[in-house]
Design a binder for this molecule. Structure first.
Ligand code: OGA
Ligand code: NI
Length: 354
């Protein structure tokens, strides 16, 4: 079972710098490798870039229209003029970089392979259940409400708690603005989505992908959809994110000071399949380590999720049954990152028989 722990160290980063080839427990079967030569290089049109300047002014309806099209056709978009200060973004990336350069013994103070722990450093995806490991270490944090979790966060580097808290709070503001816009783009009341999330939840990952001697054999993260509502991804200047579009993987190259926004599984449910939670993955490279920092905004575990009644009619019967988000989230971590989306397990029997 716990293949990734078969080496003497639990984390990947130090091991990665010593190996000349990928250890066998990281090697994907031949029919499930990244095929890097087949990947399309993104041009400006690969993923819409939406300028949020004026969202609360004269451009609101135009921007909401752009968001509607991006959510329907791509499931992904990038945003600029998003209101999160550049200095905060820089310090967040620096904190992550500094954290993953700390001595392993220091980092291991936060180690746990229990996915139910709100603050933990781990490696791969879920070392308790997966057969093949992924070329990634990550620190996961719950960050809303802050006062419930901040006392568990690392204190090294010394400004960790203060800087990360500021960043989380600012990104939460952006999420709330986007949720209003997305509600309106679906023809729902502006506060509809916000109100379905019960007490709300916000998680974050600091992903660290070390350089890899044979990137064609393994993944940073294999293809998956995000189980939460909406994800706001910050990445450094090293490419690695790829999005599945019309059956092909497209590389999304970083643009400084923009976030990548993607629709998660819960938004697909609320919108009754109008908006799609799209497969994406992270690949690694030989030369450079890479940092990515997704914010996963989610319902709280007790929230009951179901398709909005305004989006159900004779032509659009409900695709999903009602469920608690906690139930969904637990299934997601248990079953691991698979080629099918976890959503299929929550479809109505009528939707399955189509
Ligand atoms: C994730 C994810 C992409 C990346 O953490 O869910 O999709 O580029 N990350 O790290
Ligand atoms: Ni993801």
């Amino acid at each position: 079972m716990a293949a990734a722990t078969s080496s003497s160290k639990m984390l990947l980063s130090d091991l990665a710098s010593t190996v000349q080839s990928v250890p066998s427990n990281y090697i994907r079967p031949i029919d499930n490798r990244p095929n890097l030569t087949q990947v399309e290089v993104s041009d400006a049109s690969a993923i819409p870039l939406i300028d949020l300047e004026g969202l609360h002014g004269p451009r609101r309806s135009e921007i909401i229209q752009q968001i509607a099209l991006a959510c329907q056709h791509y499931g992904f978009f990038q945003v600029k003029n998003h209101g999160v200060p550049e200095a905060m973004i820089d310090s967040m990336l620096n904190i992550a970089r500094t954290f993953f350069k700390l001595p392993e013994s220091e980092r291991l103070k936060s180690y746990s392979d229990d996915p139910s722990k709100p603050t933990r450093l781990s490696t791969s995806f879920n070392v308790r259940t997966e057969k093949v490991a992924n070329w990634r270490d990550f620190l996961r944090l719950h960050c809303y409400p802050l006062q419930d979790f901040i006392h568990e966060w690392p204190t090294n580097p010394p400004s960790f708690r203060e800087d990360v808290a500021e960043y989380c709070t600012s990104v939460r503001g952006l999420v709330l603005r986007l949720l209003e816009a997305i509600s309106e783009s679906l023809g729902l009341r502006k506060d509809y989505i916000e109100k379905t999330l019960s007490k709300h939840g916000q998680h974050m990952a600091l992903n660290y992908y070390p350089p890899c001697p044979q990137p064609e054999l393994t993944y940073g993260l294999p293809g998956h959809t995000d189980p939460n509502l909406i994800t706001i991804l910050l990445q450094d200047d090293v490419p690695g994110l790829q999005v599945l579009r019309n059956g092909r993987w497209v590389a999304v190259n970083p643009i400084p000071n923009t976030f990548i926004v993607n629709i998660g599984d819960q938004m697909q449910v609320l919108s009754n399949d109008r908006y799609k939670s799209v497969f994406h993955r992270a690949v690694v490279n030989c030369d450079k380590d890479r940092i990515s920092i997704p914010t996963f905004y989610c319902p709280s575990p007790d929230a009951v999720i179901f398709p909005a009644s305004e989006l159900i009619d004779n032509g659009h019967p409900p695709v999903y049954r009602e469920f608690r988000y906690g139930e969904y989230y637990e299934k997601f971590w248990k079953r691991g990152l698979q080629t099918e989306c976890c959503l299929d397990m929550f479809k109505t029997s009528a939707a399955i028989s189509f």
